[in-house]
Design a protein around this ligand. Structure first.
Ligand code: SF4
Length: 312
């Protein structure tokens, strides 16, 4: 079979291309805050949290957690309708750990999200150590009712880095949860971060090679952001942090894209951070410039997703 080297004019298979293929129209994500906590913040595993995690549990663009899911959804949809009429929506539980709660609570929140007009899919971000058999049973039910994907925060496969960032679980936990989700037919999207403390380019690409050979549907690659009021600030103050430059980052991203198989959907190639919270790297605020630079480098060097992906 001939290898795909372009997706709607892009050199990689991005989320828009996937959603258009799957739903035949424009589909938007609406980020919701279900009022959850996280075992890595509430003292169950740790009270520090992952050292990069913002005060809003990495859900800085989600709705207001004091509002109901219906209100959050309606408010966001109204805003989006100004730009784009007749879109469909993915209800995205983004902030904190969205399977960390009683089954009854989870069910009520997911049901409320699915009841909203024009919702065609459910996306649930969580930790791999928050997927008990009961939670998996519940997710399996939703997977039969709607299109569902579960997002797992992995960030790196390096267990030493995982200690430094206080992730709170080992790689084996991720592997087991991924297998359990896949055995129930649930699609999985994995979060990774480039630029974590102490990580070399080789470490970052090792993580990419690892996920490239796993049964995952999608990947998000974030750039490490130093945000105000996060534990990472103290490392920065001690002079223990270095940040990737824009050129360096886009070079590594291009290499990562070539190593991913063509069927993995790339949801993200950089992070979004609220400008009022971002301390470093400031260049990342120009998100479109970064994405354009990636496109330019891929085209100029005849690179595309899957080019250096090897099945052996
Ligand atoms: S698991 Fe998610 S919510 Fe919990 S501390 Fe880490 S990044 Fe934050």
């Amino acid at each position: 079979m001939e290898q795909n080297i372009e997706w709607n004019g892009k050199k990689y298979y991005n989320l828009n291309s996937f959603l258009r293929e799957k739903f035949g129209q424009k589909v938007f994500k609406i980020s919701l805050d279900g009022g959850f906590s996280c075992p890595n913040r509430d003292g169950t595993i740790s009270s520090l949290g992952c050292i990069f995690c913002s005060e809003r549990g990495s859900g800085d663009f989600s709705g207001n957690r004091k509002d109901s899911i219906t209100k959050q959804f309606t408010d966001m949809k109204k805003m989006m309708n100004k730009k784009w009429k007749d879109g469909k929506y993915i209800a995205y539980f983004q902030a904190y750990t969205n399977t960390y709660g009683k089954i009854k609570t989870l069910k009520a929140l997911y049901d409320e999200a699915l009841m909203q007009d024009d919702v065609v899919a459910l996306a649930i971000a969580t930790r791999p150590d928050c997927l008990s058999d009961q939670v998996l049973d519940l997710l399996e039910e939703y997977n039969k009712k709607t299109y569902l994907w579960v997002e797992l925060g992995l960030q790196t496969i390096n267990d030493n880095t995982a200690e430094i960032i206080n992730r709170g679980y080992k790689l084996k936990v991720f592997e087991d949860s991924l297998d359990k989700l896949r055995s129930r037919g649930i699609d999985v999207v994995v979060h990774t971060i480039f630029g974590l403390p102490g990580e070399s380019k080789e470490d970052m690409l090792n993580t990419i090679d690892y996920v490239a050979h796993k049964d995952i549907k999608g990947i998000k690659i974030h750039l490490l952001h130093l945000l105000k009021n996060t534990p990472l600030v103290s490392l920065h103050e001690k002079g223990e942090l270095t940040f990737l430059g824009q050129q360096e980052y886009t070079d590594i991203i291009c290499e990562a894209i070539t190593r991913l198989p063509p069927e993995i959907v790339i949801h993200r190639l950089t992070g979004d951070a609220p400008s009022e919270l971002l301390i470093e790297p400031k260049w990342s605020l120009k998100k479109w410039e970064v994405l354009n630079e990636i496109d330019y480098k891929l085209s100029k060097n005849n690179l595309y997703q899957g080019l250096y992906f090897h099945t052996n």
